[in-house]
Write a protein that binds this ligand. Sequence first.
Ligand code: MTE
Ligand code: MO
Length: 210
Amino acid sequence: MGQPVERESAEARDSALPPGQRIQRGWPVTHYGPVPKFRPERWEFRVFGATADGEKRCWNHAEFTALPYTTVVADLHCVTKFSMLGAEWGGILTRTILELVPPAEDVTHVMVWAEYGYSSNLRLSDFHAERTMFATHKDGELLTAEHGFPLRLVVPHLYAWKGPKWVRGVEYMTADRRGFWEERGYHNIGDPWKEQRYSYQEQLGEGPEL
Ligand SMILES: Nc1nc2c(c(=O)[nH]1)N[C@H]1C(S)=C(S)[C@@H](COP(=O)(O)O)O[C@H]1N2
Ligand SMILES: [Mo]
């Protein structure tokens, strides 16, 4: 891990913190279940579901990590109320995947799938957002196993459970469906600026029926 990022002032820090969140020093590890072992020969990244041409697309690890590399600065907000500010993530923009494998016209949502069946659903607009990326690096270094190596999704404008670690694929969907935490009491959309933490807060139309 590198040095903690220097902040200019307390004001700058506060203004970047969504309601109810506090700053965490360092980078804690938060997830459900065990850390999967990376087996490069068995790893593949799959795009499936409602693709424009009806075909699935698969990349092996070498192919996927050869896709155009970009960096994005983004914060991580855990719904348990800690935030990590100012991380520089490196990896492949989701927009690149959407260009390489266009979704069918009626796709409205995606499910991002990870090892052991962890999943999270996103509106296509959240998945398509400018800074949403499949990250391989943080602050110039490869992700560690516990932080999601070889690949994790980063969705800067949503709570961090919306970004699966150990990602293995994306399913294009023509209707919304809840992912792992969204089925277990967490908000279907998960916007930290609106404090959309729990599913009981959902307004009509914000999620499929529970
Ligand atoms: N596969 C998987 N990804 C996951 C989770 C998980 O349980 N499984 N937890 C999420 C939650 S709740 C958070 S806060 C972040 C934490 O990322 P970190 O451990 O790198 O800080 O990972 C997210 N991605
Ligand atoms: Mo979290």
